[in-house]
Design a protein around this ligand. Sequence first.
Ligand SMILES: *Cc1c(COP(=O)(O)O)cnc(C)c1O
Length: 221
Amino acid sequence: MGITENILNINRSLKEGVRLIAVSKTKTKEEIMEAYRCGQRAFGENKVQELVDKYNALPKDIEWHFIGHLQGNKVRPLVPFVHLVHSIDSFKLLKSVNKEGKRINRVIPCLLQFHIAREETKFGFDPDEAVGMLSSPDYAALDFIRLHGVMGMATFTPDEIQIRNEFRMLKQFFDGLKRRFFPDKDFFREISMGMSGDYQPAMEEGSTMIRVGSLIFGERH
Ligand SMILES: *Cc1c(COP(=O)(O)O)cnc(C)c1O
């Protein structure tokens, strides 16, 4: 199957209120344009330089989502145009994004990445850390970032019960933060969870954004 059919198929299975982010890392501009021509406008990348190159070359009504681990010293080229940074995994990084947003007077939309997987290697906050940050005066002083919600990646496993439990946990973190820190903030509403192998259970557990790559573009090499 081709990119066009894959996108149409996924769109047909989207639950109401869920957006598809097409993860185009390692894929060419031509492949991205095929998805664009069937109406796809939100794309996700995990490397700064690759994202900037694609932004420069491709139509300007594309929404670029940054989904990879980000270093503070790489933030600058992203902030003028990035639609949403999904992968804020430390207070330090959030401060770097704020500083770069302030330089150009743009408020940068961000998600807090939570560590929900069993694997040791995945980046992200745990709930206590997030609560500590959100309660701190240093956080209150950040005027050039806006938190729109949370993001997480489940363990890479065929065990669907495990995956569902992790997604459910992320939904609970979201609900807890919403109640405590953002009760009247409509913009705090996103739960970015679900990839090619697990987007169906993610949607059932409350995802609002699925990040799907290989199911659209084929395997990456
Ligand atoms: C690569 C990547 C995806 C997409 O993975 P697929 O399994 O190809 O759908 C989603 N989220 C993140 C953070 C990624 O790095």
